[in-house]
Design a binder for this molecule. Structure first.
Ligand code: HAH
Length: 337
């Protein structure tokens, strides 16, 4: 089979998984065009990689810029895709003005809460009924052993209840949207316990939260399948739904800093295929709790992992290659039936 034929003959990813979960991809202004055909054929959900983050939507106070986000929502609707919203409250990619007064001093708790409410109600309200799931709060759990919540402007200025306030504001703005807490290193046993504890405490306070977003920025060896399974079980025990929100499988271990590879090694390719196969075989068992699986990109020609965290290094973490052709991993996870 030549390349074009193999491209045409492959099944639609989201069709194969229609009885399991939605299949999503993060897109940006470039990939919505360059990967348009792949998106339309294989995915039934999209997330804006950056274009719905606070710094993009409200770069200056009360000056919202919705043009690109609107285009993404229209694209989703045109192609009958779901849209995930990412993200409302985050320590990163949030403009400085949020946390400052006009004269440059630190904003008060009341001012920051008001701004948070304005941001959330404007953004969630604009897309009411059109965005099925929102990442309301992103990455507030600390990675270290001794700290529970990450140090951030929100935590310092508002205190711990900024988290529950964010969910309540979002729920007020769209009572039907599913609201998620989203984080990375979510399968690391200690961090998993902390995420569980946070979400449990929110539920005990009747905070409107409907799911946990497991980002899924993983590599060939870590986290182990057992750790992934344990995290899914633990989060599911809260009675919430789970979404894999930002899945990709880096071909580099955290200790591998090589920058000289022009393509993945044979070993990397084999391990990645096996990893994707095992992962999807396992998550299919959890179709009752996992409602959506989103990749943080479409094809290896563009990934946020190029140059991150190692400068000058390309990565190949996705299911479609640099020529947008399906990798063998794709075949492995779509041929189970
Ligand atoms: C995610 N953070 C963010 O949720 C997403 O918005 C961004 O586009 C990419 C990854 C993961 C992360 C990070 O930002 C920094 C260090 C580790 C992990």
């Amino acid at each position: 089979m030549n390349q074009l034929q193999s491209k045409l003959n492959i099944p639609s990813f989201s069709d194969v998984y229609s009885d399991y979960f939605s299949i999503g991809a993060a897109i940006n202004q470039r990939t919505i065009k360059s990967s348009k055909q792949l998106l339309i054929r294989h995915f039934n959900s999209i997330t804006a990689e950056n274009e719905m983050k606070p710094e993009n939507l409200q770069p200056d106070e009360n000056k919202f810029s919705f043009e690109i986000a609107d285009q993404f929502v229209a694209f989703a609707e045109e192609h009958h895709m779901k849209m995930r919203g990412h993200t409302l409250v985050w320590h990163n990619q949030t403009p400085d003005w949020m946390f400052k007064t006009q004269d440059g001093s630190v904003a008060s708790r009341e001012l920051l809460l008001n701004r948070m409410k304005t941001h959330i109600s404007t953004v969630v309200g604009r897309y009411k009924g059109r965005i099925h799931s929102w990442d309301v709060v992103n990455e507030v759990i600390d990675d270290s052993e001794d700290l529970f919540l990450r140090k951030s402007n929100y935590l310092e200025i508002v205190g711990e209840d900024f988290i529950e306030k964010a969910f309540r504001f979002a729920h007020e703005a769209d009572s039907k949207a599913l609201l998620f807490y989203n984080d990375y290193n979510e399968c690391h046993p200690q961090k998993c316990d902390k995420i569980y504890k946070l979400v449990k405490s929110l539920l005990e306070k009747q905070v409107p939260i409907h799911g946990i977003g497991m980002q899924g920025h993983w590599n060939l060896t870590s986290p182990t399948l057992d750790n992934i399974r344990a995290a899914i079980e633990k989060y599911a025990s809260l009675g919430l739904q789970i979404q894999l929100t930002e899945l990709d499988i880096s071909v580099f271990d955290s200790t591998d800093g090589r920058t000289d590879l022009k393509e993945p090694t044979t070993e990397m390719i084999a391990l990645q295929e096996e990893r994707y196969e095992q992962l999807f075989s396992m998550i299919r068992e959890y179709r009752d709790v996992i409602s959506s699986v989103t990749f943080w990109g479409v094809a290896d020609d563009y990934t946020w992992l190029d140059n991150f965290p190692v400068k000058g290094r390309k990565n190949w973490p996705l299911l479609f290659d640099v020529n947008q052709l399906p990798k063998k991993s794709f075949q492995k996870i779509t041929s189970f039936r």
